[in-house]
Design a protein. Structure first.
Ligand SMILES: [Zn+2]
Length: 261
C-alpha cells in the first residue's frame, strides 16, 4: 500500500500544479490549455525545469527567474495539500475507485477553497463539473445510501448511492437557495451567492444527503467562529467585508469526506 501511496503523492504534486493553473485561469475566464505557463508579471514563458512542483519554487527563491517578481506561497501550498490528500486516499483505501473518489473530491475542494480566498469566485468548472464527477463516482464507488436503503431493499448498492447523491444535490442545495432568496428579500442584501448553492450541490453529489447536512453545519460554525475572529483581529468592517464562506465549506467537506469513508 505504501508504494502505491507514494506514487499517488507524486501524482498529487502534478495534479496540484495543474490545480494552481485552474484556480488562476478559471477565475479569470481563461483557458487552462492555452497559452502555456508564463509569469503573471512579465509574461515570460516558464520552462519545464522551472515548473517542477514545490522544488522549483524553493530553487528560485519564490521568484520569477526573469523579472524577479514574487510568486505566491499559495502555489507550493496547493501542491502539497493535493499531494497529501492523494497520498492519504490511496494509503487508506488502496488503488481503488473509492480512493479515486476521495482524491477527486479533495482536488475540487482545494480548488474552491483557494479560488474563494483569492477572488470570492467559485468557477463553474469546479462546481458544475464536480456535480457530474460526483454522480459518476457515486456509481463507480457507491457511498451513502441514506433512506433509499430502507425503501428499496432489493436494489443494487450503486443505484441507491446514485439516488442519494441526486437527492442530496437537488434538495440540500435547493433548500439553501431558498433560504438565500428569502434572506435577501428580508434583509435587502445578498447573504449567499449562487456559486455557494452549486458548490453544495457538488458536495451532495459526492457525499450523499446526511454528510452534506453535517458539512453545512460544520462549515457554518467554522465560518462564524473563525470569520468573526478574523474580522475582530484585523478590525475589518463586518458590514462590507465578504467572508470566504466557500473556503470554510470546503474545509468542512474535506474533513467530513475523509471521516466518512
Ligand atoms: Zn516574470
Amino acid at each position: 500500500m505504501i508504494v502505491e501511496a507514494v506514487f499517488a503523492a507524486i501524482f498529487g504534486l502534478l495534479f496540484g500544479s495543474f490545480l494552481n493553473v485552474c484556480i488562476y485561469r478559471w477565475t479569470r475566464d481563461q483557458s487552462v490549455v492555452w497559452p502555456g505557463s508564463h509569469c503573471g508579471a512579465c509574461g515570460h514563458p516558464i520552462n519545464w525545469y522551472d515548473n517542477i512542483p514545490v522544488a522549483s519554487y524553493i530553487a528560485l527563491g519564490a521568484r520569477c527567474r526573469h523579472c524577479r517578481a514574487a510568486f505566491s506561497w499559495q502555489y507550493p501550498l496547493v501542491e502539497l495539500l493535493t499531494s497529501a490528500a492523494f497520498f492519504a486516499a490511496v494509503y487508506l483505501e488502496g488503488a481503488t475507485y473509492l480512493a479515486a473518489k476521495i482524491a477527486v473530491f479533495a482536488w475540487l475542494q482545494i480548488g474552491l477553497i483557494f479560488a474563494d480566498l483569492d477572488t470570492r469566485l467559485l468557477p463553474d468548472q469546479f462546481t458544475k463539473g464536480g456535480i457530474a464527477l460526483g454522480l459518476l463516482m457515486a456509481v463507480l464507488a457507491p457511498g451513502q445510501q441514506g433512506l433509499f436503503r430502507l425503501l428499496f431493499t432489493e436494489a443494487q448498492p450503486w443505484i441507491m448511492s446514485l439516488m442519494d447523491s441526486i437527492f442530496a444535490a437537488v434538495f440540500v442545495s435547493g433548500a439553501l437557495w431558498l433560504i438565500g432568496v428569502l434572506y435577501s428579500k428580508v434583509r435587502h442584501r445578498e447573504g449567499l451567492g449562487f456559486g455557494d448553492v452549486k458548490m453544495v450541490a457538488m458536495i451532495g453529489a459526492f457525499l450523499g444527503f446526511a454528510p452534506t447536512l453535517i458539512t453545512i453545519f460544520v462549515g457554518s460554525i467554522l465560518g462564524t467562529v473563525l470569520g468573526l475572529g478574523y474580522i475582530y483581529l484585523t478590525k475589518k468592517d463586518p458590514a462590507t467585508y465578504q467572508l470566504p464562506f466557500a473556503s470554510f465549506l470546503g474545509a468542512a467537506a474535506l474533513a467530513v469526506g475523509f471521516w466518512q469513508r
